[in-house]
Design a protein around this ligand. Structure first.
Ligand code: TYM
Length: 335
């Protein structure tokens, strides 16, 4: 079992990333190690280039995201932690896979359509090719499992299609098909302002998401102002099917507390959001504030954080080299 996943260094980690992905990553460190497998997590700084970002901001974000991962529980002694750009094999394999992926496949990617918006002609080629780089990230390490939020599932299906076509076209069994592992507890955390859109760093409203670095007061204010409805909580989670805001808050509570949503609604049945929201805010603060404190301490020594990435990149590069070489050989490149 080899588990690989990545996160973009654009802005701070929010509750959607944390509950949908990073919390799973932390938990898997022990579970996967117990089975003799490996966990590998990276900062997707090359993906960060696909939409304009100030270079200094990208550098700072990469260090801050790394520190956030460590503060959230990723242990660089147990997991390989690195940044994509430090391992050139990611870019090299992308070029090889660009010749396997089909334009028609990329045209179906909903994230490109969302991110490019109306100005598709003005989008970067990198943004269009983004899913192929993501396929390379995963296939480079012969990854078996990829823990992600639901929004990344389509990209992983594409990675499987690319792997299958490569193996077939070149008559090899080089790439195993990576299995997406979408968090059961928090597949899709929604915006606090509008439960029809996912919690995302690209939403212009700061009130739509809780960041891991938010102050206790900000966390409380964001939950207090979260959109809800006037009805009390029912005694069954299924009864929230038509109440997306309420459902989202209960999902967040359950994921933060490592409880089932059903047990949460049973505890608060009959109570309104006037009671539920402060309880949720207290819970969020109790989970997030220790992470924030560790992060603040880690950022006192940015060079040490950068050194973690350099060490991780060495390990990742050693694992990537034979796969890249095998792909080059299969394609007939004389090296
Ligand atoms: P990114 O940086 O947008 O998000 C990182 C992880 O957080 C999950 N996520 C969410 N989960 C639940 N609810 C939400 N509202 C929410 N928002 C984000 C994402 O699904 C993701 O798992 N393309 C990827 C990074 C990447 C990658 C990879 C991932 C690059 N290469 C290879 C896996 C394997 C991305 O932009 O994630």
């Amino acid at each position: 079992m080899r588990v690989v996943s990545g996160i973009q260094p654009t802005g701070n980690l929010h509750l959607g990333n944390y509950l949908g992905a990073v919390k799973q990553w932390v938990r898997m460190q022990d579970e996967v190690a117990a089975q003799g497998g490996e966990t590998m997590y990276f900062i997707a700084d090359l993906h960060g280039l696909t939409q304009w970002i100030d270079p200094r901001e990208l550098t700072a974000n990469t260090i801050e995201m790394t520190a956030t991962m460590i503060a959230a529980g990723i242990d660089p002694e147990r997991s390989i932690l690195w940044n994509q750009a430090r391992v050139p094999a990611h870019s090299e394999l992308t070029w090889l896979l660009n010749n396997v992926a089909r334009v028609g496949w990329l045209n179906r990617m909903t994230q490109f359509k969302d991110k490019a918006g109306k100005d598709r002609e003005g989008a970067s080629v990198g943004l269009y090719d983004y899913p192929v780089l993501m396929a390379a990230d995963v296939l480079l390490y012969k990854t078996t499992h990829v823990p992600v939020g639901e929004d990344q599932k389509q990209h992983l299906e594409l990675a499987r299609d690319i792997a299958t076509k490569f193996n077939t076209d070149y008559g090899v069994e080089l790439f195993p098909l990576p299995e997406p592992m979408v968090s059961k507890e928090a597949p899709r955390i929604m915006s606090l302002r509008d439960a029809t859109s996912k919690m995302s760093k690209s939403n212009p409203s700061e009130m739509s998401r809780v960041h891991l670095v938010d102050s206790d007061d900000d966390i409380a204010a964001k939950f207090r102002k979260a959109k809800t409805d006037p009805d009390p909580l029912p005694d069954s989670f299924d009864a929230l099917a038509e109440r997306p805001e309420a459902r989202n808050l209960v999902t967040i509570y359950a994921a933060l507390a490592d409880r089932t949503p059903q047990s949460v609604v049973e505890e608060y049945a009959g109570q309104g959001f006037g009671q539920f929201k402060p309880a949720l805010a207290d819970l969020a603060v109790s989970v997030l504030s220790p992470i924030r404190d560790r992060l603040t301490r880690l950022l006192d020594d940015r060079a040490a954080v950068s050194a973690v990435l350099a060490k991780g990149a060495e390990k990742a590069a050693a694992l990537a080299a034979p796969t890249l070489r095998a792909a080059q050989d299969a394609m007939g490149l004389e090296l």
